[in-house]
Ligand binder design. Structure first.
Ligand code: AMP
Length: 278
């Protein structure tokens, strides 16, 4: 595994490969969810690149940025074992030599909802770094987890609208055996907090099970979803059209896909999760 620390080295490595390149961008503190993306990228491309960069521009809460977990040596060992070809590991000054650019990439409707409503600037910062990483890595395919469903929808739209010559691929959300969605932030949960957080995946699974019965009354489905989550401190709990993330009310249309999505804070840790309802 080659370790590339500069944009120039990354671009040069990419240009040298005469083969399909799969790319998995991450913020490190890797877990099996990340590794499932790596495995898929390896299976579908001749070369695989992973990046680790904790992007300050996408943290609306500076404390969340400071507390973001990190264990680079462990990440490197996991990636070495996974058989990737290159790790792109730029320092902050390499990524933002003149500070965070003022350019804002944004969408109105789909970006303003769900996490976008509660994390001002988060998705603009995320789109900027993903845009730049895609330029430097120039992959054939880029892999994103459906755990961050809104991120996936926005990145896919950006890649299409800016005509990046690549495929954006969404990979299934991985859960721990107890149902909690895997996340680098889970390490910050106390045992009690973790037990409380299980209400999130339970509520999502119940909502998925309720969908066939309540598909003609999505407002009632949403109310039942909120009731299940009541013990938690909820930011949002929504039933959405999976294509454009608009709020789904009334009757479900048979040709459309729907998701239930939630953000909650447990032990001061912000957790997000979602499930496809049909
Ligand atoms: P992060 O390091 O949290 O920015 O995540 C890097 C990539 O891994 C993103 O595309 C995430 O959606 C994906 N990812 C994180 N957690 C999971 C999970 N539990 N299952 C699948 N993909 C995940």
């Amino acid at each position: 595994m080659e370790i590339l620390k500069t944009k120039a080295a990354m671009r040069a490595w990419s240009a040298e490969q005469n083969a399909a390149i799969g790319f998995v961008p991450t913020m490190g503190y890797l877990h099996e969810g990340h590794l499932s993306l790596v495995e898929r990228a390896r299976a579908e491309n001749r070369k695989t690149v992973v990046s680790i960069f904790v992007n300050p521009a996408q943290f609306n809460d500076p404390k969340d940025f400071e507390k973001y977990p990190s264990d680079l040596e462990h990440d490197k060992a996991l990636l070495e074992k996974s058989g990737i070809d290159a790790l792109f590991l730029p320092a902050r000054e390499e990524v933002y030599p003149s500070g965070v650019p003022k350019l804002r990439l944004s969408y109105d409707a789909s970006m303003a909802r769900l996490c976008g409503k509660f994390r001002p600037g988060h998705f603009e910062g995320m789109l900027l770094i993903v845009h730049n990483l895609l330029m430097w890595v120039n992959p054939t395919r880029a892999y994103f987890g459906l755990k961050d469903y809104q991120q996936f929808v926005l990145v896919k739209s950006m890649a299409r609208d800016l005509e990046f010559p690549l495929e954006v691929i969404g990979c299934p959300l991985l859960r721990d055996a107890d149902g909690l969605a895997m996340s680098s932030r889970n390490v910050r949960l106390s045992p009690k907090g973790r037990a409380e957080a299980l209400a999130i995946s339970r509520a999502l699974k119940k909502t998925q099970a309720d969908f066939p019965r309540l598909k003609n009354n999505l407002a009632e489905l949403k109310a039942a979803f909120a009731t299940e989550l009541k013990p938690l401190s909820i930011e949002y709990a929504e039933i959405c059209d999976a294509d454009d993330l608009s709020e789904a009310t009334g009757r479900a249309e048979p040709t459309k896909q729907y998701i239930a999505a939630v953000a909650a804070t447990v032990d001061g840790v912000r957790l997000i999760d979602n499930i496809f309802l049909n």
